[in-house]
Design a protein around this ligand. Structure first.
Ligand code: NAD
Length: 500
């Protein structure tokens, strides 16, 4: 067996190339600490070469017929399906989530690829006939040019697939900067995209961290940037890239609350709360990290704890695993220190998941399900995004109080209510100031017929990724007002007034 650690390649102008950089980082299996590969931090020359390749490719790609573009994505979705298990295995090895959850990660991205294959219907303009005598006005939606995507570690398949398929289907070329923590499954998806027929230069990939991201924000030839990641970095990207004149959308951090009313279906609610709080070790931007128990539902704390205790913490590759490791040793230390802060600040630690025993994977970054009750808005475990398997339980007397509690939180990614009352659910939907709402649905991430629509502190920019909104994000609307004359006769003279 070879002991040489593989290197992750850059993709520039259709070629997978070895970076000439001197700066590298290890990609580490979070369950075993095995080094899987080394990822380069691309040089300025390499980043510029990727953007230049995309700029050249745009000149021809933008005129590619709708059917040709659609057929590439039809082929692409087929290749992703055929390689699903391999993709999931790569993802689990570098990211840690269970194999079943890794397939879900790929599948939610695949749905966006299927949507991109429908681009002919999605990218249509509008026409108004006879807006004045003999005058028609119509719109066309044209690709912008070179677009770029910057993605986080937690969905290394789905989130890159939110971005480049839609951008490219709309007629743009693309430069992708995956997370440096787990770029391997992203690169396999990129290989499959080329195999599906995406031409050289239309899709390019650079690797790196802060420097590469800043280069994307500043580059004069990049027209739009889609970012998904933490609030701190997203806010920086939004300011820097908009200042450089780009169109920017940033999907950022979250603190998602679920309200539980006492009339809720108890079994369904407990299953959903536990799955959404602890699935993927709490490392989902739509994880339910706060539950607000209303009135008599406050008696359910022991049931929530009992249900959480049934979860199996183990490597994502093992049968029966519910919770895999968190992404890195640093992430584990951060989660553990926040749990310690929760205790110091006076919350009641109902279930302590620190230092679980995981036989055979003693070096893994494991944190088991952790539950605090008696949580208040001033505590660190409440106002910070923990991004680990930690659930905060808050108590409220009434639905009004619970909604007000959610609305005082600056984030607005997702929320849910569990109840059998249509009136309560409707009141919640009308009054809660959060962009994605579940009614007896714990993680209400919209399918690509819609768009991801987080709000307030969880998002900067007007239009969401994938779905209808992203067509507008990745295109320039041109509005054309046209008049045609039958012959050379001239009716009337010069008119210097605006017409009535
Ligand atoms: P992150 O912000 O650390 O990294 C995201 C990207 O930014 C990566 O590509 C990274 O290389 C780059 N980056 C990191 N530090 C940087 C810096 N100082 N300057 C410039 N670029 C930098 O996020 P993460 O830890 O990879 O992902 C987890 C976060 O992403 C969580 O906050 C989660 O809520 C959020 N997230 C949000 C959504 C959403 O749709 N709202 C979806 C998934 C994840």
């Amino acid at each position: 067996m070879s002991t040489i650690t593989p290197t992750i390649k850059l993709l520039i102008n259709g070629n997978f190339v070895e970076s000439k950089t001197t700066e590298w980082r290890d990609v580490i299996n979070p369950a075993t600490q095995q080094v899987l590969a080394r990822v380069p931090f691309a040089t300025d020359e390499e980043i510029n070469a990727a953007v230049a390749a995309a700029k050249t490719a745009f000149k021809t790609w933008r005129f590619t017929p709708i059917g040709t573009r659609a057929r590439i994505f039809l082929k692409y979705q087929q290749l992703i399906r055929e390689n699903m298990q391999e993709l999931a295995a790569i993802l689990t090895a570098e990211q840690g989530k269970t194999l079943a959850d890794a397939e879900g990660d790929v599948f939610r991205g695949l749905e966006v690829v299927e949507h991109a294959a429908n681009i002919g219907n999605l990218q249509m303009g509008e026409l108004a006939n006879n807006v004045a005598g003999g005058v028609d006005t119509y719109t066309i939606q044209q690709g912008l040019g070179v677009c770029a995507g910057i993605t986080p570690f937690n969905f290394p398949a789905m989130i890159p697939l939110w971005m480049f398929p839609m951008a490219i289907a709309c007629g743009n070329s693309f430069v992708l900067k995956p997370s440096e923590q787990d770029p391997m499954v992203t690169m396999r998806l990129v290989e499959l995209a080329l195999e599906a027929g995406i031409p050289a230069g239309v899709l390019n990939v650079i690797h790196g961290g802060e420097k590469a991201v800043n280069a994307i924000c500043d580059h004069a030839d990049i027209k739009a940037v889609s970012f998904v990641g933490s609030t701190k970095v997203g806010t920086h990207v939004y300011h820097r890239a908009t200042l450089a004149g780009k169109r920017v959308q940033c999907m950022m951090g979250a603190k998602n609350h679920a309200i539980v009313l006492p009339d809720a279906n108890k079994g369904h609610t407990l299953n959903n709360l536990i799955g959404a709080a602890f699935g993927a070790a709490g490392q989902r931007c739509m994880a339910l990290s706060v539950v607000v128990l209303v009135g008599a539902a406050n008696e359910w704390v022991s049931d929530i704890v009992a249900k959480a205790k049934t979860l199996n913490v183990n490597a994502g590759t093992e049968n029966g695993t519910d919770i895999g490791p968190v992404i890195s040793c640093a992430a584990r230390e951060r989660v553990e220190s926040l749990i310690a802060r929760g205790v110091e600040e006076g919350a009641t630690l109902e279930l302590d998941g620190r230092n679980p025993t995981v036989n055979g994977f003693e070096k893994g970054n494991f944190v088991g399900p952790t539950i605090f009750s008696g949580v208040t808005a001033d505590m660190s475990i409440y106002h910070q995004e923990i991004f680990g398997p930690v659930l905060c339980v808050v108590s409220a007397g009434t639905l009004d109080e619970a909604i007000a509690f959610i609305n005082q939180n600056p984030n607005g990614n997702g929320t849910a209510i569990f109840t059998q009352s249509g009136a309560a659910a409707r009141k919640f939907q009308e009054e809660v100031e959060v962009g994605q709402i579940g009614i007896n649905v714990p993680i209400p991430v919209p399918v690509p017929l819609f768009s991801f629509s987080g709000s307030r502190g969880s998002k900067l920019g007007d239009l969401g990724p994938y779905g209808k909104q992203v067509i507008l994000f990745y295109t320039q609307t041109k509005t054309i007002t046209a008049r045609w004359f039958d012959d050379n006769t001239v009716a009337g003279g010069v008119n210097t007034t605006i017409s009535l």
